[in-house]
Design a binder for this molecule. Sequence first.
Ligand SMILES: O=C[C@H](O)[C@H](O)[C@H](O)COP(=O)(O)O
Length: 254
Amino acid sequence: MNVFRKLTTMSLESAKKIASTKAVDDFLKNNTVVGIGSGSTIVYAVERIAEHVKNNQWNLKFVPTSFQAKQLIHKYNLPLTDLESNPELDLCIDGADEVDGKLNLIKGGGGCLLQEKIVASCAKTLVIVADNTKNSTYLGEKYKKGIPIEVVPLCYLPIMNKIRNKFGGTISLRMAQCKAGPVITDNGNFILDWIHSDIEANWEKINVELLQIPGLIETGLFINMAYKAYFGMPDGSVKVQLNNADEIKRNDLQ
Ligand SMILES: O=C[C@H](O)[C@H](O)[C@H](O)COP(=O)(O)O
């Protein structure tokens, strides 16, 4: 492996780890219900959570946002629960593909956006952990693969046409890497990736309009949902970004 490439990869992984460690140390409390996000960064958060549970004998329960998250919860022998037993969560920790200046997010690069958004919406506080490459001014500045959109398989093509005709941009059906055909989500659906590179885009309005399309289940636009984001920086520090919007839930200030 090229040495430069190896060093870059290592520093990104360590950036994910320091962000996750600090977020967990700041937000995890005893006797709470916690949502566990999906992706590569959340792995470090769960590692840290498992240390707290073991060292402090904490009584916590965990709601997964994907098959992967459920496996992580099992791997560390953490107590698993669901939204039927625990419809209200104290905290949800998750990664993101991009975080803009207002803490709006693009999520779903790993195809897990639907359950992630449901679980986050049931939590008092959503905290995001990421490496510094995810920190941007506007959505689409850094993450170039487009907005992930989960759709019912039978209408993926009309939905692609409707989005293209109404909003422009380019849109594609996400194809699997080790299987012939499309990616199938944990919910049995397809994912579209929509590239719309207007830096002035009103994502809140677009998100509402997208959700009007029959068969379009959910978007990877998480608008005004995150309270705080932790970014691991190349110098080993952690940058913390806060959502100052009045309506955002903030259980660390209570
Ligand atoms: O569908 C995947 C999720 O939204 C992830 O949280 C997101 O893609 C970030 O993943 P990673 O931490 O691997 O960059």
